[in-house]
Design a protein around this ligand. Structure first.
Ligand code: NAG
Ligand code: NAG
Ligand code: NAG
Ligand code: NAG
Ligand code: NAG
Length: 519
């Protein structure tokens, strides 16, 4: 049974629709139940239902669906890709031109054959010319790999139609007369930089020129993936006074930067920015890597996630509002390489970075980052994270001896989530002896997680925290990663119960893994 309320709202029309229908398709039932209530999925379900219904009603001569107001129908159609909304034109006379009034566009041109360029352009023109004064709220376009002459102008026309949401995947090549492919930079149209309506902008593989003036007064979300920079990010951001979220994926191969030194640094400088993320590349590393420095200067930044090493050095400034960081970096670009501990400038850079984020309250660090911090700590000082109350960290078990030293830098930690991986390469005779301040006096909740069926590292950590944490209220071992066919839960309880507990009131929770992994 799905019960849902959908609200559609456009400038010209307010309409509320309550729907309740039940699905009784038994085999698919279990799959459906696992699906989280995804709004997009629900809309698709509703659209399909309405289509079917519309079709049935047309057949029976009672076209009730078509009696709904046009703005609602076009709103519903705007949740479909344009190629599908076009198909509704066959439903009836009423539907014939409805797709032309949809307040959005969702075009995937990646499969358009080379000889259909003209057809595609004239189709887009027909859409754009049908009601030129109405707003195209949402535009999503995947360009073909090879550029189509005149396509950029059409994107410019879409932007001119008051678009609030623009998502473009640009072309990367052009097909020459001799049938060979040349890489090109697909520049975005100039009116993009001065849109008075854009709220959300997502670009992939697109080129951004220097427009002279940037003025995007409403832009709140910007997602720039492998963009070819011909304008400085800093300049772009300077024209976005209300930007709150920025996501970057670098183009590691942009040769233009190699030839123009000034593009070997990217500056994220913003007063309004709240969230900044670097996401991993879609296709992993390829080809040559052009060195680039990242500078983040954002006094309002609350959330920062660096999901991959795409910059050779990272400089942070004024991060006084930071609440949460999520790090999966080792401070050098490239697989398997760690920095040289004798490299003083690298060591200083890491020190300054850690100092710059030291007011953070919630930190998530991957095994890679833990390894880099351990490496750094051999010659450098890790600052105190006085405000850190929650830490989620992945420790390779051979690095567990670094855990107390790291916790020493978190004197007010309350909640620790620790994932111990690869216990099989446990260091011989590892003993966790040092008891940092947070363990003895502030740590209230410890959760130890491990996916693989290796007990040693986890038991070491378990006995360490139970034995030393004086104010521990809750200890969670999850998932315990035992195979219920071999070990009964009570054995794990027995094992844990035998351990010395410093905090008598501590509740111990042991969670079994839902799915057993057999390797
Ligand atoms: C619409 O385009 C998508 C690709 O984006 C394709 O998978 C789908 O089959 C197309 N639908 C129709 C009805 O052509
Ligand atoms: C466009 O269609 C292609 C081929 O069907 C598909 O691989 C790609 O993911 C689609 N793009 C989008 C943005 O849906
Ligand atoms: C990047 O910088 C490193 C040193 O920081 C240098 O060894 C390397 O050659 C540089 N790579 C390029 C492509 O400039
Ligand atoms: C960061 O701080 C410096 C000095 O404290 C200041 O000059 C600069 O304007 C600040 N940056 C931002 C984006 O506010
Ligand atoms: C901790 O946070 C408070 C505000 O909640 C702030 O005033 C203080 O400077 C922070 N301390 C550190 C060490 O960053």
């Amino acid at each position: 049974m799905l019960n849902n309320q959908f609200r559609f709202q456009t400038k010209s029309c307010h309409f509320s629709l309550s729907l309740s229908f039940s699905l009784s398709i038994t085999p698919a039932d279990t799959i459906l139940r696992r699906l989280k209530p995804n709004p997009r999925f629900l809309f698709y379900a509703v659209c399909c239902l309405l289509m079917l219904l519309g079709f049935r009603l047309v057949m029976s001569g009672r076209d009730r669906i078509s009696e709904l107001p046009e703005c609602l129908l076009t709103q519903i159609l705007s949740y479909l890709p344009t190629n599908q909304s076009v198909q509704t034109s066959v439903l009836s006379k009423r539907w014939e031109n409805l797709y032309l009034s949809v307040p959005g566009l969702d075009l995937n041109c990646s499969v358009i054959p080379y000889d259909a360029d003209e057809l595609l352009l004239s189709f887009i023109d027909k859409l754009l010319e049908f009601s030129p004064e109405s707003v195209l709220f949402k535009v999503k376009v995947q360009c073909r790999d090879t550029m189509i002459d005149g396509f950029r102008d059409r994107i410019g026309m879409m932007i001119d139609r008051g678009t609030q949401h623009l998502d473009v995947v640009s072309s990367t090549h052009c097909l020459e007369d001799d049938n060979s492919l040349y890489p090109i930079v697909d520049m975005m149209p100039m009116n993009l930089y001065t849109s008075k309506t854009l709220v959300y902008l997502k670009l992939s593989s697109s080129g951004l020129m220097d427009p002279g003036l940037v003025s995007l007064p409403c832009l709140k979300f910007m997602h720039l993936e492998e963009v070819k920079w011909r304008v400085h990010l800093e300049k772009l951001l300077s024209g976005c006074p209300v930007l709150e979220e920025l996501t970057l994926v670098r183009d590691l191969e942009d040769d233009y930067a190699r030839r123009h030194d000034e593009f070997m640094a990217m500056r994220v400088r913003s007063q309004s920015l709240k969230s900044f993320r670097v996401l991993p590349l879609r296709n992993g590393y390829v080809g040559s890597i052009v060195n680039c420095t990242l500078e983040i200067d954002a006094p309002g930044l609350e959330y920062m996630s660096l999901g991959e090493d795409q910059f050779d050095s990272i400089v942070v400034k004024n991060l006084t509002s930071l609440i949460m960081v999520n790090l999966d970096i080792k401070f050098v670009v490239g697989f398997w390489v760690l920095f040289n501990t004798w490299d003083v400038s690298k060591s200083n850079e890491i020190r300054d970075f850690l100092n710059g984020i030291s007011s953070v309250r919630h930190m998530i660090i991957s095994a890679k980052t833990v390894q880099a911090l351990d490496h750094y700590s051999k010659t450098g000082m890790i600052p105190k994270f006085n405000n850190l109350s929650r830490l989620e960290a992945v420790f390779h078990s051979k690095l567990l001896q670094f855990l107390p030293a790291f916790l020493e830098c978190c004197p007010n930690l309350k909640h620790l989530v620790l994932k111990v991986v690869h216990s099989e390469v446990m260091k011989e005779g590892l003993e966790l002896t040092d008891v940092p301040r947070c363990v003895s006096s502030t740590l209230e909740c410890v959760e130890i997680q491990e996916k693989l069926q290796c007990e040693e590292g986890k038991m070491k950590a378990t006995s360490y925290f139970l034995g030393n944490s004086a104010v521990l209220k809750k200890f969670i071992l999850s998932p315990t990663a035992y195979d219920p066919r071999n070990v009964v839960e009570s054995e794990i309880y027995d094992k844990v119960n035998k351990l010395t507990k410093r905090s008598t009131g501590c509740e111990i929770i042991i969670r079994a893994m839902e799915e057993v992994v057999i390797i």
